[in-house]
Design a protein around this ligand. Sequence first.
Ligand code: 6PG
Length: 239
Amino acid sequence: MPVKDTAALAEAGAQQFVNQAQLAITAHKRFSVALSGGSTPEAMHRLLTDPHYKAQVNWTKVHVFWGDERFVSPDAPDSNFRMGQESLLQHVPVPPQNIYPMPTVGLTPEEAAERYSQTLNDFFGAATPQFDLIFLGLGPDGHTASLFPGFPEVVTPGDRLVTIVKDAPKPPPVRLTLTYKAINGAANVIFLVSGSNKAEAVRATLQESRHVAKYPAQGIDPKQGHLLWILDHAAAQYL
Ligand code: 6PG
C-alpha cells in the first residue's frame, strides 16, 4: 500500500525504525541497523530526532552501520557517513563506539572493503551478518546500495561481505558496498523509495521476471528475514 508523499514515507520509515529497535533491544539487548545513502533517507533521519520518535528508542543500545559509502573523505558533502551524522547521529545519544562508518581514509578501497568485512565479522561473530534492519534506496536504473546493473558483484555474487565499485555510473565513481551475502542475512530489509523518477525501476524490479544482473534489487531476498517496500504514490504509480 503506497504512502501519500515524501513526508508520509519518512514517517513510515521512522516508525519501522522505532518498532524494530524496540523488538531487537527487547530480544537481544542491541539493535544493529545499516543506513542507506543518497537523499531519500534524510527526512526519515531528521524525523527520528523529533522528541516523539527519539524518546521511543534506547539509543545507547543502537549500533549503526552503512549499506554503502562513497570513497570520499568523511567530511565530504557526498559522504553517506556525513549525511547520517548531520541528519541523525549528531542529535541522538548513540555512543561513538557504536557507530561503524565504512573507512575511506588512509586505506585503498580494497583494504577498506577488507577492513569493513572484518568489522562485520567482529560484531556479528558469524560468517554471515544478521543485521536487525537494513535500509536500502533504489536508483532510477534499479541499483540499490552500490550494486549496479551489470557490475561484477551483481552478475556473479561472491562470498565477500563488502566489495568495491570503481566506475559507478552514479557519481562518485569509487564506492564500497555491502554485498548480497551481507544484506540477505538481515532480519529486516526495508526499501524506502520516493518519486516518479523511480517508478519504472520499481515496476521492473517487482514485476519483471527475475534478472538480477539487470535489476539488482531483485537480488535482495533476506532468507530468514522480512522484506518491506515503503513507496510513495509517485514511485508506485506503475504498479
Ligand atoms: C548511494 C545510495 C544509493 C541510493 C540510491 C537512491 O550511496 O548513492 O546508497 O543506492 O540509495 O541511488 O538515491 P536517492 O535516495 O538520492 O534517490
